[in-house]
Write a protein that binds this ligand. Sequence first.
Ligand SMILES: [Zn+2]
Length: 82
Amino acid sequence: MNIESLKETFQCPKCKGKHPLITEHAIPRSGPGKIPLPILDRYLFFSCSLCGYTETYNLKIIERAEEKVTKPVAQEVRHRGG
Ligand SMILES: [Zn+2]
């Protein structure tokens, strides 16, 4: 799954709109204390341009999935035993 295909397959569950507005947000992870951690989780927000319904995707996961796709497929050498 990548961002482009998410964009293409987006359909608003509320109004069936197919035109999302995509924005990226970095949200600081909240730790147990009140000290803000420097680690940011990045999210992609798909907001329906008709009704405003918003879906959220974790960019870390999307990017990891994209990495897998863009990596060349390792050549496999198979030996077929008879
Ligand atoms: Zn909508």
